[in-house]
Ligand binder design. Structure first.
Ligand code: PMT
Length: 223
């Protein structure tokens, strides 16, 4: 219907930062608050979708009826998403996932030592890229958080990660990206088209992203 265009669809959304442990009291993370992803989850639920929200964030309100799956690290998020992707018609990856995680997680608090220390990091698995390689992949939406060359990097991610859509935000712009209640995004699609949205609230941005997804899925005859 017109008001519940996602009725009957399952939307899996990832939101917020990942948390990579160094020791029991320290971690590596980033400035994501989860607001963008929670806004998407909320608007998807309003459009009638069944929502699965994979997140480390517990200080924001998940939409009523959503299944919330707690995932702290990039490895947790990988497990949670790969274990559930088959249930999803649409996956929207707004989480800010760590690209690197400590090689060793200490089980006791690290002690101060004289001089500098080196923290060795290893690459995490790229969840979006792995989803893109699945034969039975759902409609896949990635985000791109950039500080320069927005279009070039977004198109590169669309191609390399075989996503159906990339939502790019220039996180160096005032009013865009991390933590605030607004965003400024450009939506890149497989057909080469792009749509620049103005400064909008994260909820309005979420609605526009979901409308674009609905249009694409309709074109495909319900994917
Ligand atoms: O949470 P907020 O404070 O509201 O901020 C919103 C936001 C800025 C975090 C959001 O709008 C955003 O841009 N999210 C993506 C951040 C990011 O990690 O971008 P990236 O360019 O590093 O990653 C590209 C894509 O690959 C993303 O969809 C990411 O989820 C995915 N990825 C990245 C690494 C990895 N190991 N696995 C992944 O799936």
């Amino acid at each position: 219907g017109a008001t519940k265009p996602l009725f009957g669809k399952t939307v899996l959304v990832t939101a917020g930062p990942t948390i990579e442990k160094i020791d029991p009291v320290r971690f590596l993370s980033n400035r994501s608050s989860g607001k963008m992803g929670f806004a998407i989850a909320d608007e998807a639920a309003k459009m009638g979708a069944k929502v699965v929200l994979v997140t480390s964030v517990d200080n924001l309100k998940a939409p009523h009826g959503a299944e919330v799956v707690k995932a702290e690290s990039a490895a947790d998020m990988y497990e949670a998403v790969m274990g559930r992707y088959k249930e999803a018609d649409i996956i929207i990856k707004s989480a800010a996932v760590a690209d690197y995680t400590p090689v060793n997680v200490l089980d006791k608090k690290m002690k101060k030592q004289p001089g500098n220390i080196v923290l060795e990091l290893k690459r995490t698995k790229d969840i979006l890229k792995e989803l893109g390689e699945k034969a039975d992949k759902p409609f896949l939406v990635g985000f791109a958080a950039e500080t320069d060359n927005l279009e070039k990097y977004a198109l590169d991610k669309l191609e390399r990660k075989r996503a159906d859509m990339i939502v790019a935000n220039d996180v160096s712009r005032q009013g865009a990206g991390f933590a605030g209640d607004t965003n400024i995004v450009t939506i890149f699609k497989r057909d080469g088209s792009k749509r620049e949205l103005p400064l909008l609230s994260k909820h309005e941005t979420a609605r526009e992203i979901l409308r674009e997804i609905c249009n694409e899925i309709e074109k495909d005859g319900g994917k």
